[in-house]
Design a protein around this ligand. Sequence first.
Ligand code: C2E
Ligand code: MG
Ligand code: MG
Ligand code: MG
Length: 281
Amino acid sequence: SDNMMYVEKQVYYGNGVEGKNSYHEVLAKKLVEEIASGEFKVYLQPKVNIDTGELYGAEALVRRRTEDGEVLMPGQFIPLYEAEGVIQQLDLYVFEEVCRLLDSWKEKGYRMIPIAVNFSRISLMGIDIIESLARIRGRYGVAPGLLTIEVTESISRMGAETLGQLMERFKEHGFAFSLDDYGTRYSNLSLLARLDFKELKIDQSLIKDIMTNWRSRIVLEHTIQMCRELGIITAVAEGIETEEQRELLRSYHCDIGQGYLFSEPIPIGEFLDKYGRDYLY
Ligand code: C2E
Ligand code: MG
Ligand code: MG
Ligand code: MG
């Protein structure tokens, strides 16, 4: 049915602006239905203390399970939802699922870990986004410190000043930002100079060749050092796949890591099995 969307897109785009609007409406309606029918599943990938191996938190990553049991990855549907401006529906759904999950863990007496949710730039541009997040969070009684908002550098396209104001308002509600995929595309250093991120996630493209490329090692080591000296920023290395990479990152005093070495993103039940319901108390 993913292909269907593209077919419909062509049909509706054929009619100019008016057509675009109706395509947008069709897609938005369809997305709401698919969310309601439970097609979207939240998977969790652990964030781990590189030095001790201890569980530090998790990132929520969305998957789509179609009627015929096929699992679609975010890259197969998120770009379309972003292009059509309907992504906020999905991001809010994932955010709500995470709040619901943390609330159930609290009730069961599990140890609470912070969970990060990815938000597209477009999702954060809606006028009442902060109120929506605060309302959902409040409904489940989750401490805002347990919720991290991951944004990519494309967020800087709203301008440092607008972004700074937005982040201030988030901060007033207790939400912190994590800068995702750092080191790709524009790598906006001035964002780090001006804004108050809680976490910086070093993109996996920088981790990938650290064993063979000394230039990558220099960039990496200094990025980690910069985070440390900025004080409040936790450096998270993405895409750690080997023990050698982990050792090197440990020697650079990188705080937190994420990657297949520790675990792929897995369904919530599996996450609890793997990390132990006992461990999570
Ligand atoms: P991201 O936020 O940078 O998430 C990390 C991606 O790297 C995930 O891909 C994860 O499966 C993958 N990854 C983790 N460890 C490793 C590793 O060791 N090696 C390799 N090769 N890959 C690793 P995934 O789940 O396919 O998600 C792709 C992107 O889709 C995410 O990148 C994020 O930008 C976006 N995304 C996922 N869920 C959501 C969501 O709920 N809302 C929005 N707006 N975007 C989402
Ligand atoms: Mg992310
Ligand atoms: Mg990333
Ligand atoms: Mg990414």
